[in-house]
Every structure is written in C-alpha cells, then in structure tokens.
Design a protein around this ligand. Structure first.
Ligand code: TPP
Length: 929
C-alpha cells in the first residue's frame, strides 16, 4: 500500500494542464513532486504505490552491481526491458537521468600532476580571464562602439583550459593534430592565452576589434571572432554565426574518416572538439546532423556544451532544464552523454544526502532559478536553496556562507572537467557530448555573474574590477587594475613553465592554421574536355558536359583521387548515376545489402572506399562536407577538389551563411548550381527556379562565378579554376551554373579563352552593327535567335556576345574605375574595351534578375538596356516562361528594335512590329504578378 504519511498540499499547476504538484512527508522530509495526470495510466505510472517493493528491486540491482559488476547489471536491465516489451508493456526509458554528474567520483580519472597542477592551472585560468576582460573593457573604454564579450569566456575558461593543458593536440610532423571549433565570442580568452604563450604581443591585445587601425600602425589587430580570412595563421574554423560550428565539426569528423577509409590519410587517433553554447543549440544547424554523427560512429568527435543556462537576453530554458533537454536529444540520437553539473565540493553533500532530498531539489530547480542562485551570494543560497526543507538545511549547515557562495558548478572544476574529457576521449563507438554546467560571467561578482544583462556587459566599474582581481588572486595593484594592464607572469614562474610544458607535451600551440603550398598538377584541358572544345554542333546540356568532364578528371592518374563529387540526393537528376559504378558511393560500412539493381551496369554501389559523398536531402550537410573537402589543403595538408552539384535555388538562398563561412575559411573547390536559370528549369515552379544565386555569389569576394552558355566555355572555366586553386594555390572558389537544356554545342572559337575568363567574348561578330546583344548562359541561345530575326526580318545588323560572368566584368570595372580615380592606372574595363568600338545600343539578357546585368552598366560605353527574370517563377514550358518574362528571342528582338528605331518610328508602327513578332504589348508585367 502507498506509504504516504501526510499529504500536505496539492494543486494543479496553472500553466501546465493535467499536472498535479503535491508534497508528501516521506518519514523525515517533505518532497515536492509533479505528476502528469493526463491519463489514469500516467498517474499510476508515476505514483510509488509500494515503496517497499521499489526498495527491494533497487537493492537487488545494487547487489548485482556489487557482486557481478556493471556489465551484468546492464545485461539484466536490457533483459527486463525485453521482457516488458514482450508482455506488451509500453515502457521506454525516459532518457533523462537525475540532475547530477554522470561520472561518479570513484570513477573519475585522476588529474595528471595532481593538486599542484590543478592549483597552477587555476591560477593560469584566472590570469586569462583577467587579460580577456581587460582586452574587451579597454577597447570599449576607448571606443564604445567596438563591442565584445566578457561573460561567455568567463564561464568557458576552465572548459578551454583543461582542453589546452591536457587534450587538444597540435599538428606535428607525424601527427595530424586535433581540430578545435572554438565558441566565437570566447575569442578574447583564446587571444589572452596566445599572449601568455608569447604568440601575440600586448600591442595586439590592445587592438582587439581594431584590425584596420592596428595595421596602419604595423600591429596585428585581432578579429572579433575566429576568422581565418582575417587571421590566416591563427584561426582554422569560423564559428561566429551560431550553428555553423556544430554542423561543420560533425562533417569535419566524418570527412576525416572518409579520407582515412579512402587511404588518403593515415588513420590516427585524431579528435574533433567543438565547444559551443547551450543557447546556440537552438539553431537548427546545431542539431541537424546529430544522427549522422552517431550513425557513422564518430568517436573522433566530442562536443562540449557550455551550459551556463543563459543566452543573450535571458535564460535558455528558464522554466525547464536545458541540460536535460539536450541529454534527451543527444541521447536519443545515439550519442554518449556526460552530464558535468557539479564540482568536487558537492561530492560530500551528495554523500550526506541519504534519502535523496538534495538530488530531488536539484531535479526540481528550474534553470531560471539556478541562474538566480548564481547571481546571488551565500546567505541567499542558504535561505532559498538549502532552506527548502529541514534535511537540506542540515546539509547546508555543514558549510559556511562563503563556502556556499563558492560551491562550484561542474564546468568550473578542473578535476571534474578532466574526468569528463578523459571519459569522452576514450569512449569508443559513438560521439560524446559533455553537458557542462557553468555560471555565465563566472567571477564577475555582482557586476555580472548570472545577471540577465551579463552577455553584453563590456564596461566594468573600478570596484568590480578590484573584486575580480581579488576573486582570482591576481598580483595587480589598484592602479594596474584601473589601467586595465595586461598581466603576464615571469618566464620562470611556475605558471609559465607549466603552460609551456603542457603545450610542448601536446605538440605545440593551438589554434594554428597551416597553409603549405602543395600544388597538384592539373591535367591538360584536352585530356578531359576535348569533347567540349570540339563539340562541333553535338547536342548536350552543360550539366552533361560537366559530369562528363568530372568523370574524366576522376580517371586522371594524379588528380583523380583528389576529386570529391558531392550531391544531396540528386545524382540521378544530374545524370551522374554512372559514377556510382565507377567510383562508388562512400559508406563507412561498405554495402551490407544486395542492391535491388545489382544486375544493372550502373547499380547503386556503396563502398568503404567510395568516392562520392551522397549526403541525402540535406543541403546544409552537403555544403559542410564540401567545406571540409575544400579546406583539406590547410586542415590536413592534403588538397582535395570537391564538386558539390545541387539545385542552384537551394544553394546561396538556402545555405548562404554556410557558404559565407566557407569563403572565410578560404575554401577551394567548385560549387555547381545545376538546373539553374529561372526560365530554363521548366515545370518546377516558384520555389525551384533560381533567378538570384548569381546576385549573392557576386557579393562574396573570393567567389568567382560564371554562367556559361556553352560546353567549351565551361571546360575553359573549370580548367582555369583548377589551375588557380590547385596549382597556384589561390584562395578562391568557383560557382558555376549549368543547365539541363540540351543545345547544339559549337566548338571553341580561336582565341576565346581570355574573353571567356574575363566575362565576355564575341560569338557572332558584325561589321558596323546597328545593335548588339549580350546573352548570358542559357539565354545566349535566345539572343542568337533574336539576331536571326533582326537580320532576317528587319535587316538590322546585329552582333552577339556571350557573357560568361557579369560579376567578373563588374569587379574588373570597379577595379579599373578605382585605379583611375586613385591615379594608379588608366586601364579600361574589359567591357569598355570590348564594346567601345561602336555606339550601337546594347541589349543584355540573362536568366537572372535584372540586377545581375545591371551591375556592369557604369562601364558600358553605349546605350544599355537589360532584360531579366525578376518576379516569381511559374511551372510551364521554357518557351512560355521566356515569353512571360519577356526574355525570349522575340522579346529580345523587339527590345532591340525599340532602341534602333527610337525617335524614328511611331507608336503604331512599333505595335505593328510587335504584331509581326506575335507579341502582346498589353500583357501583364511579369514582376507585378
Ligand atoms: C546566427 C547567429 N545569431 C545570433 C548571434 C548573436 N549572438 C552572439 S552570442 C549569442 C548568445 C549566445 O548564447 P549561448 O550560445 O548560450 O552562449 P553563451 O554566451 O551563453 O556561452 C547571440 C544571440 C550570432 N552570433 N549568430
């Protein structure tokens, strides 16, 4: 029978329907419990109806554990669980463990160097906290607009330090090195460490977030967040945009395996570590690839989530437990989860908690309340936490107020952190997540610790600074504190000796980006693209041409193995199925089934050394793989050449931020926007038809983008890209759009290469033209047909140019214009050079929004009209779409005639011309509907 002795109170929680809160006096203390009453079964399942029986079961488990050990206990539990299922019991483990550390004190790995090392490292962490704080406060004293963060690193410092002192191994001659994704706004702490290590001078610290002014003084300024573009010898991975780090690190760990399984990288016990925020976990990208990590058994991956329970505005889960939520999510996805919640000073308290009252209280205390406890002092915590019941009071009574105040959360206790990292580093068969509970703004006292506003605190009063100094026992005078002086212990101090010894032991300093020049020979163009150069009118789409070139490159003896074809479940769409057979699809497990199509020559072949990364329907995942491959030259000293081929609409628009991060990371590779062009991708309609990717691509400084019309143009572009990226080691990447429209492909005209690469070349010259047409990509064909109409029906002499890249033309134009303005050179833009020989009007047409061709207007030396595909797409035939958007041959011809006859023909005459072309001048404007 129930052992309820007294039922004190119960209430139905107003905010949560069907939840009963009740307090039971359990012999010695009151226990408050919440139960879900949504069904009678739920209710019965949560009430302990027979405490004695429960106790007997628990005792039985304890006895098995003691006599036969944990393996046997686990076995019995899974047998029980099976038996329950067989009996029809719908039971499933709640996946939430109590709000205590996963690792029991007796199972903790011991700290290398013991108490001395702990003490020294605590001192170092205090110094780092100070220098990081001083860096931010100094910058903001000087220029209030600079920004920066103190509270995040203050909470993460110990988590980083255990990594730096014991786990993060640098790249050496014979070891590839661990890879660490650092929480972006903790960057000041990483700089502070590099200062102690002697890698960054104090001058640099004084120029945090002042990169431009520092440079003018000959000083290396420090970027706000990790940006390899800005600090190429320091940062490896950009993480400043939340969510990018987590997904990138997962695919990085997976790509390391890919390289090993393909025999390109020697298998080594390297790890990928990612230190992220608990608020950051709300980004969809943060959680998007969790199951990939466990499916691939990525035990080379460790996430450390700094659960300071706060994000920018307030608590992450004020009314719940973010740790428990993440435990459920990660555990459910198959990760090894380690809760690191309480410091060593809690161990004796738990030991005194004979009837589980303390654990109950922690289970019940929601994060918002934990934050309030962090923001308040010992007496407050004694009253409001330990004061909840006589039992808790008794536990609290063993501590002074000062001790209560200093009770550590797990993520601030070096020993506990070490034990968690040690367990994570040695875990096999699954990735590990460490959920480390900390206090945001740790040590910032009443000025910041646990405060709602602490995230954005960048100014501190003298009193707060002095308290901070005292809290971390820093040997600074009041004046030094006032001046925010950086502190570096003497070279022969125990701290500095320890710090250097530890890094020596771990292979050197981190983070460090190594970018050796490792050129790879690019095969001659003719070897893989002869079919495109000498197409001679053969019909093919540019997508087919690309895939054929890639197939040939894959066969090249030197380059072949470096090519990484990547798709997000669209290989068949792009005619790549033949690659399944030839190079295989990468699968860490090989192929455990007989594929349905085994009899066909192009069967779906998965292999452990497969070369294609077939990512499934995740553009975010596929681009993360691409980035890992495109930066392999720096991360692994192994250049790779990824081609990620995707629906162009699902690129810059959908995953633009990941591409931006790749650009920051100096990625080198090809992004291939297939099924491109708003009118060229026929029936697919509004959400699939891309008319804007070139606009975004043009805004990325190191992205070289092209919209080629012909297979030979594509061949020249791919060849140039390979030469620049692989041979010359330039930090650029290529975005090339290809289409699925079959076309008669001409052979390459003589001397076309330069024009193709600079952005335009003449494909149909005319002597003294009356009008000139600039056609881009798939619409060059329409421009050519328009020229036929103009010449054939209206006897208007027409010249046609193929524009392969408006963005390259515009960049060149901007550069020339600036050079002239700054008196550097008189060079004319390529557009100007090519078009200045005539005053005939120009009509430019592209399958993208008009802003794309408009980008060259300033450099065009004649009257200029642009046509494009502004507006929403539609599902219809190409012909209907091009008529609708007014970009087909007839509309181009009519537009040309409107310019040629301007001032010469009446409105009625122009209407007659339109009628001759079967055009409706009164149709609705495409952009308005
Ligand atoms: C995509 C994106 N959105 C918003 C921000 C702005 N931002 C920077 S830090 C931060 C809060 C981070 O909270 P959390 O991840 O919990 O880290 P903490 O600082 O608490 O350790 C926000 C919203 C950002 N950097 N990136």
């Amino acid at each position: 029978m129930p052992q309820i002795l007294k039922l004190a109170s119960f209430s139905v929680a107003p905010a949560v329907k069907n939840v009963l809160t009740y307090r039971i006096h359990n012999k010695s203390h009151w226990v408050e419990t919440r139960i879900d009453m949504s069904s009678p079964e739920q209710l019965i399942g949560q009430l302990d109806l027979d405490e004695q029986e429960t106790a007997e079961w628990i005792a039985a488990l304890h006895s098995v554990l003691e006599s036969s050990g944990p393996d046997r206990a686990r076995f019995l539990l899974s047998q029980l669980s099976n038996a329950a299922r067989e009996s029809g019991l719908q039971w499933r483990d709640a996946r939430i463990t109590p709000y205590i550390n996963t690792i029991r004190p007796q199972d903790e790995a011991s700290y290398p160097g013991g108490s001395d090392a702990v003490a020294t490292e605590e001192t170092i962490a205090g110094i780092l906290r100070w220098n990081a704080l001083a860096m931010v406060v100094r910058a903001n004293r000087a220029y209030g607009e600079l920004g920066g963060h103190i509270a995040s690193y203050a909470s993460a410092a110990d988590l980083f330090e255990v990594g730096f002192n014991h786990f993060f191994r640098a790249r050496t001659d014979d070891f590839g090195g661990d890879l660490v994704y650092f929480q972006p706004h903790s960057a000041p702490g990483i700089y502070a460490r590099a200062f102690l290590e002697g890698r960054l001078p104090a001058d640099s610290l004084s120029h945090y977030r002042q990169e431009i002014s520092a440079k003018s003084k000959g000083v290396q300024g420090l970027s706000s967040y990790p940006h390899p573009w800005l600090m190429p010898e320091f940062w490896q991975f950009p993480t400043g945009s939340m969510g990018i780090g987590p997904i990138s690190s997962i695919y990085q760990a997976r790509f390391m395996r890919y390289l090993e399984h393909r025999g390109l990288l020697a298998p080594q016990p390297r790890k990928v570590w990612g230190v992220f925020g608990d608020g950051e976990m709300d980004e969809p990208e943060s959680l998007a690839a969790l199951s990939l990590a466990s499916r691939e058994k990525l035990d080379n991956l460790v996430f450390v989530i700094n659960c300071n329970l706060q994000r920018l505005d307030g608590p992450v889960r004020g009314n719940g437990h973010i740790v428990d939520e993440l435990e459920t999510l990660f555990g459910g996805a198959g990760w090894n989860v380690i809760k690191l919640l309480w410091g060593s000073d809690w161990d004796p308290l738990f030991a005194r908690d004979a009837n589980g009252e303390l654990v109950d209280a922690l289970n019940r205390t929601v994060d918002g309340q934990l934050q309030t406890f962090a923001a308040n002092d010992g007496p407050f915590n004694r009253e409001h936490f330990f004061g909840q019941s006589p039992g808790l009071q008794a536990i609290g009574a063993t501590l002074t107020d000062e001790e209560i105040d200093r009770l550590k959360r797990g993520g601030h206790d070096l020993r506990k952190i070490y034990a968690a990292y040690h367990a994570a580093a040695n875990h096999t068969g699954a990735p590990t997540v460490i959920l480390a509970q900390t206090k945001k703004g740790f040590g910032m006292g009443t000025a910041g610790q646990g405060k709602m506003t602490t995230h954005q605190q960048k100014k501190l009063e003298q009193q707060d600074l002095v308290e901070f100094r005292d809290r971390f026992r820093l040997p600074l005078t009041d004046a030094q504190v006032e001046n925010l002086e950086f502190y570096k212990p003497a070279d022969d101090s125990p701290e500095m000796r320890h710090l250097h010894a530890r890094r020596n032991e771990l292979g050197g300093f981190m983070p460090r980006r190594v970018d050796q020049r490792l050129p790879i020979a690019v095969p001659p163009l003719e070897s893989h693209a002869q079919f495109a150069l000498e197409a001679d009118g053969k019909e093919m789409s540019t997508t087919m041409a690309l895939v054929r070139m890639m197939g040939n490159l894959l066969k090249d003896a030197t380059l072949g193995k470096h090519v990484v074809p990547i798709v997000a479940d669209e290989a068949r769409t792009f005619g790549m199925a033949n690659l399944f057979k030839t190079v295989g699809i990468y699968s860490s497990q090989g192929q455990l089934y007989q594929p349905e199509d085994i009899g066909s020559i192009l069967y779906y072949r998965e292999a452990k050394d497969g070369q294609i990364l077939e990512e499934g329907i995740t553009e975010a995942g596929a681009i993360s793989s691409w980035t890992a491959a495109a930066t392999s030259y720096a991360v692994h000293g192994l250049p790779m050449l990824p081609f990620y081929i995707y629906y162009s609409m699902f690129g810059f628009q959908r995953i633009g931020d990941l591409i931006w991060a790749a650009a920051d990371q100096r990625a080198r590779g090809f992004l291939i926007g297939a099924t491109s062009g708003r009118t060229t991708l026929g029936g697919e309609g509004l959400q699939h038809q891309d008319g804007s990717s070139h606009l975004v691509a043009a805004s990325i400084p190191n992205c070289v983008s092209y919209d080629p019309a012909y297979a030979y143009e594509l061949a020249v572009i791919v060849d140039d890209g390979m030469q620049r990226m692989l041979q010359k080691n330039e930090d650029v990447f290529y975005y090339v759009t290809v289409t699925n429209e079959n076309e008669a492909q001409p052979s390459i005209p003589k001397d076309a290469r330069e024009g193709i690469l600079r952005g335009m070349h003449c494909v149909s010259p005319a002597k003294k033209p009356e009008v000139r047409l600039l056609g881009a990509g798939p619409l060059l064909k329409e421009a050519m047909a328009a020229a036929d109409l103009l010449e054939g029906i209206f006897s208007v002499k027409t010249e046609v140019w193929s524009v392969t890249s408006f963005s390259e033309l515009a960049r060149d134009g901007i550069a020339c214009e600036r050079n002239r303005r700054l008196q550097k050179s008189d060079d004319e833009a390529w557009v100007t050079q090519k078009l200045k020989g005539s005053k005939a009007p120009l009509i430019a047409v592209s399958d993208y929004v008009r802003a794309v061709p408009e980008s060259i207007r300033a450099y065009v030396p004649a009257h200029f009209v642009t046509l494009g595909t502004d507006g929403f797409g539609r599902s219809d035939t190409r012909a209907s779409l091009r008529d609708f958007f007014e970009v087909d041959a007839k509309w181009i011809a009519y537009t040309a005639l409107a310019e040629v006859y301007a001032g010469k023909k009446t409105a009625d005459e122009m209407r007659e011309i339109a009628a001759k072309l079967e055009l409706d001048l009164d149709k609705l404007i495409s952009t308005s509907v």
